[in-house]
Write a protein that binds this ligand. Structure first.
Ligand SMILES: [Zn+2]
Length: 281
């Protein structure tokens, strides 16, 4: 009798233990799955293909502290931008996801140097850009125009890939070709033109004469006028001469970025570049 009872008790203990173990295993499995699925649904799918490319090409500048506040996981030098506010920071360390498309509107082709350019711009900034060019033209700079505004991720990818191919054709390894291509063309996702908030603005006569973009555009009437007046239209000179070590871009006297009138004034008055301004605010 007592043996039977003991056996019964043992069986009960064993069953209880088994139930507890199974419950624990299920609980662990649930806990393990939860964060994985929530991350995957938001952004990690977007990071995979583009980030692999960018991490190799951006190694030379990986020492720059990226101060965007966009979930930096330190495993890669390139963060994926998630906040698409008007001050979004897109640079060699902060890339737009490949599926990012701003809310675009069309700018008339008459504002462009050539008619074959993508003539879309972020709807938050398009009117400001048109107004800035109108004002410049009224002030006597009749040939003020946009050389390049919005560029799609696909355009930037294609442009970058072509440069990689040409370096590979000259005998470089794929890794080296990507590093060298990145010196000339921003890897896809990292060009500010992909935000739809940046434009290269020039004098067409100067550009025709010059044949290419050079920093001495700042000596022209158009360059001087833009530098002095862009702030009134919410634009900043994005890559100033004295901030090359921060922006990691050579001085670009033609590249203007919309940030809104208030912030453009604050940035210009403070003498900070966008990287520094975003880090402070
Ligand atoms: Zn530009």
């Amino acid at each position: 009798m007592s043996k039977k009872r003991k056996l019964k008790k043992n069986v009960t203990v064993a069953i209880t233990a088994a139930v507890v173990i199974i419950a624990a295993v299920i609980l662990i499995a649930i806990l393990k799955n939860k964060p994985q699925t929530s991350v995957a649904s938001s952004s990690s799918s977007v990071q995979s293909s583009s980030e692999a490319q960018q991490s190799s090409s951006s190694t030379p500048v990986s020492s720059t502290p990226a101060s965007s506040g966009t979930g930096s996981s330190s495993s890669s030098a390139v963060n994926i931008v998630h906040d698409f506010g008007i001050l979004m920071l897109v640079n060699k360390n902060n890339a737009l996801p490949s599926n990012y498309t701003p809310n675009l509107i069309t700018i008339p082709k008459s504002y462009y140097y050539t008619t074959d350019k993508d003539n879309h711009f972020d709807s938050r900034a398009a009117t400001y850009l048109e107004n800035m060019i109108d004002a410049g033209r009224k002030a006597g700079l009749s040939d003020l125009c946009i050389l390049s505004g919005y560029r799609t991720y696909a355009y930037q990818q294609n442009n970058f890939d072509q440069h990689v191919k040409s370096y590979e054709a000259s005998g470089e390894t794929n890794a080296q070709a990507k590093i060298d291509a990145a010196k000339l063309v921003a890897p896809p996702g990292t060009s500010e033109h992909e935000t739809g908030l940046a434009a290269d603005v020039i004098s067409s006569a100067w550009y025709k004469r010059n044949g290419t973009l050079t920093a001495d555009f700042d000596n022209t009437d158009a360059g001087k006028w833009l530098r002095a007046n862009c702030v009134n239209y919410g634009f900043i000179l994005r890559y100033p001469e004295d901030k090359v070590d921060v922006t990691k871009y050579d001085y670009e006297s033609w590249h203007f970025r919309f940030v809104g009138v208030d912030d453009a004034k604050k940035i210009t008055d403070s003498g900070l570049c966008l990287e520094e301004y975003v880090a402070k605010n």
